[in-house]
Design a protein around this ligand. Structure first.
Ligand code: ADP
Length: 626
């Protein structure tokens, strides 16, 4: 086939542009990226050779070789791994296959520092070579094929591909930029390999440093699978570098958990908790899952069955001694060992998170900002680790009042904190759900709680309503939605007597008169115990669908029956007092409707008939001002 000149896909071009304009101060990571790709290629060949050992041929010593040429100012990183066909190389190095790339790129701001962290979440891989090179040449041949391919590019313009002689695997040659010649040094390169790639399981070799042994090569890295070594032999930095290798994240992880399990099942796992959420956390097609090895042999990337969905952001490796080497993605879903391992791994992650929460509450707070809403997905009753998970949930509450003008990081509490702070005889864990935190905090339902100093958890995210529909109780205390009818308030006798004395009781006849005006719009009208400043509010029945939950369902296209709330009246409010004395029937009706509409507005969950409302308000205003 002839030479083709192609251009990079638009998204790839944008990323390349960012790389070339060196977002990173840390350019030496190009070597880590190349070694990481080469090591994956070796893993893949070893895996395919399990089925077809002809792929290996005579060349069975798999490894990675680094060489450089001072005069030509080039560095070459070569592997004898799986290699690429012409089509594969066009696809792999010319496009970015990740779903959501376009949206991701839109988030880039042009501010170098901010973009560098964003792009770190994305992973840069091969394109990082352009930080140090004017030109990159890739020579590759797919195992099992005869024709090789040469790919060359000098960056943003595009690339060419042509047929070429090549040995099995891939060799990448960088023509270094003038200002990157510092890398043309054996010492420097060895140091970079040891710093970033020591954990790579296959040998990385370089020409001997000894002048008399120029034909010999040294293995520069430790070259044993990191997770198979014992914990005490692995340094923090090694753990961190391994994380970067498997996650393509540029930032350090918050924590990790490395364990070997022996007994009925035998496996080793190394699980990492990232600092920040990936850009595609909520993209259902995003890659997720662990790297699966069976007896040190790499089998699969993104083995998603080893972690529950709510932990889909965990990165790591699981190496099993029980699964067959020819295990496939489909088989994994049915294999008995997998479910046991999944539950155990989830437990490990949660335990590790608990330790972070206890030892480093600030780090946990930051983690919660990124992953909290995903963790909430794990509150479903079928989750075997639910109890452990619930302890990791964090909440904001009415006690987290922001003093005016003060910069203040949101304070988060656990359910345990809530219970510890509540009076001993408080039976319930109270909560309120709003469209957002602000509207939840303004709910009239909160008034009596605020006036009595009872703490209420405040929810402002759609997932919260969903989550609370699954949660019944925590450590013997039931959750109670304060907008529901069966509100059991802590006794407050003294105050009740006092208000009764001041205002007298609201007459039954008044309640009936109001109900007659509202008719079917409300379930009932009754006297409220929960209001202090507002004249009225809406209250849902115990089994009515939560209004926020209703919205979520409606937004997803489901038909939901309309629930009919009750109207509660604040008998101590002067408006209500006026109402009871109102003789003019038309005006009474206007006032009642207004009261009801206000309650609906304060709830903020369904629209009121705006035209009628405005006319009513204008009518009353005109009378008032006449
Ligand atoms: P990533 O490694 O994150 O997928 P890269 O840009 O580094 O992204 O590489 C893109 C793809 O090119 C890889 O996923 C792989 O399929 C292919 N590739 C890169 N280097 C090699 C190599 N040395 N051998 C075989 N394939 C490679």
């Amino acid at each position: 086939m002839s030479t083709e000149t192609l251009s990079f896909q638009t998204e790839a071009k944008k990323l390349l542009h960012l790389m070339i304009n060196s977002l990173y101060s840390n350019r030496e990571v190009f070597l880590r990226e190349l070694i990481s790709n080469a090591s994956d290629a070796v893993d893949k060949l070893r895996f395919e050779a399990l089925e077809n050992d002809e792929l290996l041929g005579e060349d069975t010593e798999l490894g990675i070789a680094i060489d450089f040429d001072e005069e030509a100012a080039t560095i070459t990183v070569a592997d004898n791994g799986i290699g690429m066909t012409r089509d594969e190389i066009i696809e792999n190095l010319g496009t970015i296959a990740k779903s959501g790339t376009e949206e991701f790129l839109k988030q880039l701001t042009g501010d170098k520092k901010a973009d560098a962290t964003l792009i770190g979440q994305f992973g840069v891989g091969f394109y990082s070579t352009f930080m140090v090179s004017d030109e990159v040449e890739v020579l590759t041949r797919r195992a099992g094929t005869d024709v090789g391919t040469k790919w060359t590019s000098s960056g943003e313009e595009g690339f060419t591909v042509e047929d070429a002689e090549a040995s099995r695997g891939t060799s990448v040659t960088l023509k270094l930029k003038e200002d990157a010649k510092e890398y043309l040094s054996s010492y420097r390169l060895r140091e970079i390999v040891r710093r970033y790639s020591d954990h790579i399981a296959c040998p990385v070799t370089m020409q001997s440093l000894d002048k008399d042994k120029q034909d010999e090569r040294d293995t520069v890295n430790t070259a044993t699978a990191l997770w198979s070594r014992s914990r005490s032999d692995i340094s923090e930095d090694e753990y961190k570098e391994f994380y970067k290798h498997i996650s393509h994240d540029f930032e350090d992880p918050i924590a990790w958990s490395h364990n070997r399990v022996e007994g009925r099942l035998e496996y080793t796992s190394l699980l990492y908790i990232p600092k920040r959420a990936p850009f595609d956390l909520y993209n259902p097609d995003a890659e997720r899952g662990l790297k699966l090895y069976v007896q040190r042999v790499f089998i699969l990337d993104d083995a998603e069955t080893f972690l529950p969905m709510y932990l889909r952001w965990v990165k790591g490796v699981v190496d099993s001694n029980d699964l067959p080497l020819n295990v496939s993605r489909e088989m994994l879903q049915e294999h008995k060992a997998v479910e046991t391992i999944r539950n155990a791994l989830a437990r490990r992650v949660l335990d590790r998170l608990q330790k972070v929460a206890t030892d480093e509450p600030d780090a946990y707070g930051e983690f919660w900002d990124h992953f909290g809403n995903v963790l909430k997905e794990g509150t479903v009753p079928m989750n075997p680790n639910r109890e452990t998970l619930i302890k990791l949930l964090r909440f904001t509450s009415t006690q987290d009042s922001v003093s005016s003008g003060e910069e203040h990081a949101p304070q988060r509490i656990s359910l345990k904190d809530y219970i510890e702070r509540a009076p001993e005889d408080q039976e319930f864990i109270y909560f309120v759900v709003g469209d957002n935190e602000q509207s939840a905090r303004n709910s009239p339902h909160l008034e009596v709680f605020l006036s009595q100093g009872i703490e209420v958890l405040v929810f402002g995210d759609p997932i919260d309503a969903w989550m609370m529909s699954h949660l019944d109780e925590f450590e013997g205390k039931k959750f109670q939605d304060i907008t529901r009818s069966s509100l059991d308030l802590p006794e407050n006798k003294e105050e009740e007597e006092e208000t009764a004395e001041r205002y007298g009781d609201v007459d039954e006849p008044l309640l009936e008169r109001i109900k007659a005006v509202l008719g079917d719009e409300v379930e009932s009208v009754r006297k409220s115990k929960r209001l202090v400043d507002s004249p009225a509010c809406l209250v849902l029945g115990e089994h009515d669908l939560d209004l926020h939950m209703r919205r979520v369902l409606e937004a997803s296209g489901q038909k939901v029956p309309r629930s009919k709330p009750s109207l509660e009246i604040n008998s101590t409010h002067s408006l209500v007092e006026h109402l009871s004395q109102e003789q003019d029937e038309a005006r009474f009706e206007d006032l009642v409707h207004l009261l009801h509409e206000q309650a609906v507005l304060a709830d903020g969950t369904y629209p009121i008939e705006a035209g009628t409302h405005v006319k009513r308000v204008n009518r009353l205003l005109t009378e008032l001002l006449a």
